[in-house]
Structure formats: structure tokens, C-alpha cells
Design a binder for this molecule. Structure first.
Ligand code: ATP
Length: 240
């Protein structure tokens, strides 16, 4: 039977050396949902993603994948192989390679050539602009297109859970809207999404559910449409 929780985080503490940033964070990611983790600058969102990706050690608590497998102590590579794939902040593409070669790099671990081809076509279907630019050097595209390319490249790894960090940073609102639509379409294809976002309004408008992180603690959680109406959140984050 499919588990009702894909990723289960319980009482997680994490940080840098002796500095504790996350304090007893508990969070569930359910299969095929679009989940947002929102909070101000410095709340600890990136620290949570880094811990999930195996880049930071767990100080206390547990992270369980798929009901049983523990993430704690695994290398970033082992976590990637579980299907937990991050779209990094700041894109980190290969600027002197074409769009298509960047996408193929996302599949470098796979040896099912027919599957890779099929995924390439499917992903070009999701991102028609990338299809148009498949021969262009990635570094010559606009910031929004590079973000799109980074997302498409991550999909080539066939993620079960896609981690997206601060996608909206430095991009024009119209591009950001397009990227949010892309994420929704990716979710509709069955990929679970965890979006980390400072712009709480943007995230709540697109996500199914959300958690609000403040100074390393979860202070709210629920369906995004309920959180949008939460008077305290409106006051604190939306300037209402
Ligand atoms: P942002 O939107 O700026 O990315 P965030 O919510 O992702 O914010 P984090 O980057 O996780 O926040 O940072 C949380 C806290 O951890 C901050 O107080 C920050 O100063 C601290 N921090 C981040 N990186 C380090 C580090 N390498 N060493 C020590 N402290 C750090």
C-alpha cells in the first residue's frame, strides 16, 4: 500500500557546529502534494533543506523516508539516489553547455537510454521554452529561463521528491508566475514538491499545504487556503 507520508520529520534539531538553528521541527510531506515551507529571511528554511539533502548532520530527531528508511547519517549522494532531488538556489547550471546537455547531465546516473529520451520529450512538453532553446548555451539565457532549465534538469533524475529553494529570488513577477505554474504541472504528473519560499503570499497561492517557520520553529501548518485567511499571518507577513 502507498504510505500516506512520503517524508516524516520528527523533533528535528540541526544547525552549524554548536549553533542550533532548527528547534524540534516536525513536518510531514505527503505523496504527490505541493507543500510549501515559508518564513522570513533567516528563519532556517535553507538549513532544513541542507539537512534533508545530507549536507548538514542531524543534531537530534529523525527524518524517515517512505515509512521506514532513515535519512540520518546518509551521504548526499545516497539521499539523491532515494529520489530526493534539489533544485539549487542560484541555479548552478553548466553555463557553457547547451540546454539539452544540461538536461542530460541531470540523467547522468541513468542507463535506460530509451527512458531518458522519453523523459526529455515529456519535460520539453512541460517547458516548451526549453524545447525552443535546446541548442542555446545555458549561460546566455535570462535568469528566469535558467531557473526553468535547473528545474527541468532536476526532473531528468526522476525525483520522487523535488526540493525547490527560493525560486522567486531576483526574478520578475511574470516569470515567477510562470515557474509556479510549471511546479503545479509537475505536481500534476505525480512528483511531490517541497518549495521553500520567503514570499509567503506567492507560496500560499500555489501550494496545497504549508508550514510556517519562525526562528527555527514551526509556528503554523495547514491547507494553504486556510493559512491565507489566518489573521495573525496576514498581520505578520502580508502587511495587512
Ligand atoms: P534565507 O531566506 O536567507 O535563505 P533561511 O530561512 O533559509 O533564510 P537559513 O539560511 O537556514 O535561513 O539560516 C538560518 C540561520 O542560520 C541564520 O541565523 C543564519 O545566520 C544561520 N546560518 C546560516 N548558515 C550558517 C553557517 N554556515 N554557519 C553558521 N550559521 C549559519
Amino acid at each position: 500500500a502507498a504510505p500516506d507520508v512520503l517524508l516524516r520529520i520528527r523533533d528535528l534539531s540541526a544547525g552549524y557546529g554548536l549553533v542550533q538553528v532548527l528547534h524540534s521541527v516536525s513536518l510531514d510531506v505527503r505523496p504527490a502534494e505541493f507543500l510549501a515551507l515559508v518564513g522570513s529571511n533567516g528563519a532556517g528554511k535553507t538549513t532544513l533543506l541542507r539537512t534533508l539533502s545530507g549536507l548538514l548532520p542531524i543534531q537530534a530527531g529523525t527524518i524517515e523516508w517512505h515509512g521506514s528508511q532513515s535519512i540520518g547519517g546518509r551521504t548526499p549522494d545516497a539521499i539523491f539516489r532515494l529520489g530526493i532531488v534539489q533544485v539549487p538556489e542560484g541555479r548552478q547550471l553548466f553555463p557553457r553547455m547547451s540546454v539539452q546537455d544540461n538536461l542530460l547531465m541531470g540523467a547522468y546516473r541513468r542507463d535506460d537510454r530509451a527512458g531518458v529520451r522519453a523523459d526529455l520529450d515529456r519535460i520539453y512538453g512541460l517547458f516548451p521554452r526549453m524545447a525552443e532553446r535546446r541548442c542555446q548555451l545555458a549561460g546566455s539565457m535570462s535568469g528566469g529561463e535558467q531557473q526553468m532549465c535547473a528545474m527541468a534538469r532536476a526532473l531528468m533524475a526522476r525525483p520522487r521528491l523535488l526540493l525547490v529553494d527560493e525560486m522567486s529570488l531576483g526574478l520578475a513577477p511574470i516569470i515567477v508566475d510562470q515557474l509556479m505554474e510549471n511546479l503545479t504541472a509537475i505536481r500534476d504528473q505525480g512528483v511531490t514538491i517541497l518549495l521553500v519560499e520567503q514570499d509567503i503570499h506567492l507560496a500560499l497561492a500555489a501550494a496545497d499545504r504549508a508550514y510556517v517557520l519562525e526562528t527555527g520553529r514551526i509556528v503554523r501548518e495547514g491547507p494553504a487556503r486556510d493559512l491565507i485567511e489566518d489573521p495573525e499571518l496576514k498581520r505578520a507577513y502580508l502587511g495587512v
